[in-house]
Ligand binder design. Structure first.
Ligand code: EPU
Length: 350
């Protein structure tokens, strides 16, 4: 006997509590699922067949430009389990609906290293591999082993090994070929009991010096990353935002040199292959947008790459601001910014 479809799926649900940009938008159908079996049941149900489906985790990387005329599956699958252990490593299987930051702190408490630089990233564990979350010199792919996902028809659970995930900068196969094809249910990470710390990021190094820490632990790194993030990024509970709104563009070295002629201080990170990554925050600041307030929206005063909702902003207002920023960066630098945030809108604008 299955669970009643109608008891799981609600209609006309306001999405404001489910997105960190704090945008009010309606989902025609909405279901919170705690079990893989519930997920499969909903996906297999005849009523689901004709519906557009969207998966939502922590809602920290999404902008609702319009109401969503389909079914939102809010993944709440929980659980943390060590499925394998050696003297040096643990393999931790984590439910897609677990909170990412709480998972990081759980690992820090256990002394398992590898994700401490990714402290305080909002969102869920299931969303982490989709955009290959990264911060302060570390990307998820470095500790990722495999994930489990249910196919969109709800027929089977599939396993995707790291080498099949096509990880890139804020990118994976789950944003490309497998978008809308599978739904992540569990993620397995390989964490180290003798962690090698990544302190390459300048801000971490200077904090370690400031605090006179010679032999940092993973807890030190996690604490420092939390402090750096708190000083640069707005707390979504206090000011609606979705972190970096755009990706850092990767341009040809020639184009970067061209910018440097006019702006010798322009930051850039060599990516090899005659490519340079230019911080979008710098481009946006130079284009005059840092800390600007536009109606109910604006950019954050400490980080121009973060678009904020000062209260009551609609998804359309945020999209319009993003569009204006994009146009002015294009005009000034000839660089096309690409959103990092997933945009849900009927016309696919920005
Ligand atoms: N900068 C400015 N003005 C600004 C913001 C940044 O000039 O208003 C310049 C500075 O030169 C600064 C450089 O940009 O040194 C880089 O800024 P920051 O260290 O804040 O990092 P970011 O490149 O803007 C990326 C990630 C963040 C991640 C940080 C730290 C992307 C799109 N964003 O930001 O991830 O936390 O590095 O590693 O890659 C997110 O994805 O939501 C996110 C917050």
């Amino acid at each position: 006997m299955g669970t009643d479809f109608n008891s799981l799926v609600k209609t006309d649900v306001d999405l404001q509590p489910y997105n960190t940009l704090n945008i009010s938008a309606k989902a025609r159908y909405f279901a919170s699922v705690e079990l893989e079996s519930q997920l499969k049941e909903i996906l297999r149900h005849p009523k689901t067949e004709k519906l557009k489906i969207m998966v939502l985790g922590g809602g920290s990387n999404v902008l609702f430009g319009d109401d969503f005329d389909g079914l939102i599956l809010h993944i709440q699958i929980k659980g943390k389990e060590v499925i394998k252990e050696t003297d040096d490593y643990v393999w931790l299987k984590i439910g897609a609906g677990e909170n990412w930051h709480q998972t990081v702190r759980y690992c820090v408490d256990k002394g398992w290293g590898g994700i401490e630089n990714l402290s305080l990233i909002p969102g869920t564990v299931g969303a982490a591999p989709i955009q290959n979350i990264g911060a302060y010199g570390v990307e998820l792919e470095e500790v990722f082993e495999w994930l489990e996902a249910v196919d969109i028809e709800g027929r089977e659970t599939r396993r995707y090994e790291k080498e099949h995930c096509e990880f890139g900068y804020r990118d994976s196969i789950f944003k490309g070929e497998l978008k809308g094809v599978v739904i992540v249910t569990n993620v397995v990470l390989k964490l180290s009991k003798n962690p090698e710390l990544n302190t390459s990021y300048g801000a971490i190094q200077s904090e370690l010096e400031e605090r006179n820490i010679d032999k940092p632990t993973i807890r030190d790194i996690s604490d420092i990353v939390i402090d750096i993030r708190n000083s640069k990024l707005p707390n979504p509970n206090l000011l609606g935002n979705a972190g970096s709104f755009f990706k850092n563009p990767i341009v040809r070295d020639d184009d970067y040199e061209h910018i440097k002629k006019e702006y010798p201080e322009a930051p850039g990170y060599d990516m090899g292959n005659q490519k340079t990554k230019v911080p979008a925050g710098w481009l946006i600041e130079e284009a005059g947008w840092k800390g600007k307030v536009v109606g109910n929206t604006g950019t954050y005063k400490q980080q121009a790459l973060v678009i904020v909702n000062h209260g009551g902003a609609t998804g359309r207002e945020i999209l319009d601001l993003a569009d204006r920023i994009k146009k002015s960066v294009k005009e000034k630098f000839g660089i096309a910014l690409v959103p990092e945030v997933n945009i849900v809108s009927s016309d696919g604008k920005v």
